[in-house]
Write a protein that binds this ligand. Structure first.
Ligand SMILES: [Zn+2]
Length: 434
């Protein structure tokens, strides 16, 4: 039977830590509201990053800014082609160094970026004005993953309040672009010493769970150029928007193929549709009475672990080429470019010590077993698992409607995750007097 190898925690220290987490519950909820108010969309992360730097400093640590240096990272495995310039968007990291390292080192990381709110008028309360209803906080990013950031900060704050500190290096990081490239996490991983494990409190699937696998993702952008014409002579033109639909049919058929049972990684055996092709954006056209000349389709394609994102990229290139020869397109031109995610799928073995440590600590705190979750989306944990030679997984609070309307997170679940993180630090790193 594999073992998490957690160090025993003195019962008095354990009690003091749990009491400290309980005493910080209101502060935790207030901090979550504060972070949700930061509208930290792509390119607008600075305020939330500053807040995280201030919080790390409040833990007695020295925050360090970690830029995403495209030139330095371009050849590093896992790098994704950027969507945006990185100036003024440096990640924040902080490292606790013990007086005497006795335990194992640990990275606790979260992302500050959130996805757009969608149609704001569909939200019950405005997406960046946090609102508590029925024990849940509603707001964009509440679950994905500002509650996780709160748990990281408050777990450390609870240790301080209990008069103890980790007896091993503890790395904290708040990163950008988890939702579109992962380059923030990659930059931080390259900048810091490799930890013995990485845990990211990304939200669970709606029940307490440990991530055991995740798909990869490729983002592609296809520009379609038709042939303009007045609508009274419509047949003489080629409509770029209609041409986009031809490509979409082919991508949908590809999705069906990639979800066939024989192509599925064993970790996804229980999921009959792990690979999703999403048409995220479609823009185009110029005038209601003109045949649309140009359209642009933004698409996200899932990647099964065991297939590489580069294979999927080649598949997309082939599908675009084939679509261009479709007789319905009659000479429309299609050009594909890849910016954003170029990410491989990944397995997080549940028998690795960090996974066992999380499961054992969750059991000790809540009395319940964690279920295993193979995620059909991706997280930054892949960098450590695939390229860092570091065991990694995700475990976080109960969130609903992430990336949707009325996103929320359960506050009790967030407090439970804080308890688990605090005791996991204690058992994984060991403790010394502060
Ligand atoms: Zn997330």
């Amino acid at each position: 039977m594999p073992d998490a190898g957690l160090l025993p925690i003195d019962p008095g220290a354990r009690r003091a830590i749990l009491d400290a987490v309980a005493s910080l519950a209101d502060d935790s909820t207030a901090l979550l509201a504060r972070l949700v108010r930061h509208r930290s969309l792509l390119g607008e992360e600075a305020g939330c990053l500053d807040a995280m730097a201030e919080l790390f400093a409040g833990l007695g640590l020295t925050p360090q800014r970690v830029p995403v240096d495209v030139e330095a990272l371009a050849g590093v495995p896992g790098f994704s082609p950027p969507l945006l310039d990185y100036a003024g968007r440096d990640n924040v990291a902080a490292v606790h160094r013990p007086r005497e390292a006795r335990g194992r080192s640990l990275m606790l990381q979260g992302h500050v970026d959130v996805v757009p709110e969608g149609a704001a008028d569909l939200w019950t309360t405005p997406p960046f004005e946090p609102s508590i209803r029925g024990g849940r906080m509603y707001g964009r990013g509440a679950g994905d993953m500002k509650a996780g950031l709160v748990s990281i900060v408050m777990a450390c704050a609870a240790l301080r309040r209990a008069g103890v500190q980790p007896a091993a290096e503890l790395q904290l990081a708040a990163v950008i672009e988890e939702e579109c490239t992962g380059n923030g996490a990659l930059a931080v991983m390259q900048a810091l010493p490799r930890p013995d494990a990485c845990l990211i409190p990304e939200p669970g699937p709606g029940f307490p769970a440990l991530y055991v696998a995740e798909v990869g993702v490729v983002w592609a952008w296809v520009t379609i150029t038709g042939r303009p014409a007045h609508v009274r002579d419509m047949q003489a033109g080629v409509n770029a928007i209609e041409a986009a639909y031809v490509l979409m049919e082919r991508l949908r058929a590809y999705e069906d193929t990639m979800n066939r049972a024989e192509l599925r990684h064993p970790a996804f055996a229980g999921d009959n549709h792990p690979i999703n092709v999403n048409f995220g954006t479609l823009t185009g056209g110029e005038w209601n009475s003109s045949v649309a000349t140009r359209a642009r389709l933004g698409v996200r394609v899932g990647v099964m672990p065991g297939h590489s994102c580069h294979d999927v990229r080649t598949d997309i290139e082939r599908l675009v080429e084939q679509a261009a020869t479709d007789p319905r397109l009659r000479g429309a031109r299609l050009a594909v470019e890849f910016r954003g995610f170029m990410a491989d799928g990944c397995v997080f073995p549940p028998e690795q010590p960090i996974a066992l440590g999380v499961a054992a600590t969750h059991r000790a705190v809540t009395g319940a077993e964690l279920r295993h979750y193979a995620a059909t989306g991706l997280t930054d944990a892949r960098f450590y698992a695939l390229y860092g030679g570091t065991q990694a997984t995700c475990y976080g609070p109960d969130a609903e409607n992430i990336h949707g309307i009325d996103e929320s997170v359960g506050l009790d679940a967030m407090h439970d995750v804080t308890r688990v993180l605090a005791l996991l630090i204690a058992g994984w790193c060991g403790l010394e007097a502060a």
